[in-house]
Design a protein around this ligand. Structure first.
Ligand code: HEC
Length: 153
């Protein structure tokens, strides 16, 4: 093979490599979300991870970890409202119009999540394994019930 041909192949490889590196992985890009929609999607993704870590910590009896992760959820609950400015559900957002049409109900759903995260912190701090796992289930239920009402499937 000629030197020139080899060079051409190497160049082709380089272009393919840089092209594949410059398109971000779909999961990280949140399907092209930007601004406040991207910011709250990141918070929700982090909530999902926190929930998984709490589940694992519970199985290991690590109540300190449960408290730490539940505190993150509580602080998110307390700022969630401000991440939903009016009609901020342009694609690819999965937020339903009902959020703004039934704002009081939406705020109520945030409050249930807030209460459930607080109860989980309190129960984990008291270290009673039975109430902690119940409090965890209630917390997870508060995520789901808000999704059923206010998020597209
Ligand atoms: C008060 C309502 C509410 C509560 C409580 C809530 N969510 Fe959500 N969640 C939403 C809405 C609305 C969206 C859609 C946001 C968007 O696409 O703009 C969403 C989106 C998500 C997403 C998708 C994010 C993405 O990248 O597209 C995940 C994951 C998620 N929530 C997990 C959770 C978990 C876990 C909890 C509880 C620990 C929780 N949520 C609590 C309303 C809620």
């Amino acid at each position: 093979m000629s030197k020139l041909k080899l060079k051409a192949i190497a160049h082709g490889l380089f272009v393919t490599l840089t092209l594949s590196l410059s398109s971000p992985p779909a999961a990280l890009a949140h399907k092209g979300a930007t601004g406040i929609v991207k910011e709250r999607m990141d918070k929700f993704k982090a909530s999902e991870k926190a929930t998984k870590r709490i589940k694992k910590a519970l199985s290991q009896g690590d109540t300190a970890m449960v408290v730490a992760e539940a505190k993150f959820l509580l602080s998110w609950a307390r700022e969630m409202e401000s991440f939903f400015p009016k009609s901020s559900n342009q694609p690819p957002s999965e937020a339903k119009d009902e959020i703004w049409l039934q704002w009081d109900d939406f705020v109520g759903a945030i409050q249930s999540f807030d209460n459930a995260a607080q109860a989980l912190i309190d129960d984990a701090a008291r270290q009673d394994p039975r109430t902690v796992s119940w409090a965890f289930k209630e917390m997870a239920r508060s995520c789901k019930s808000c999704h059923q009402q206010f998020r597209e499937d």
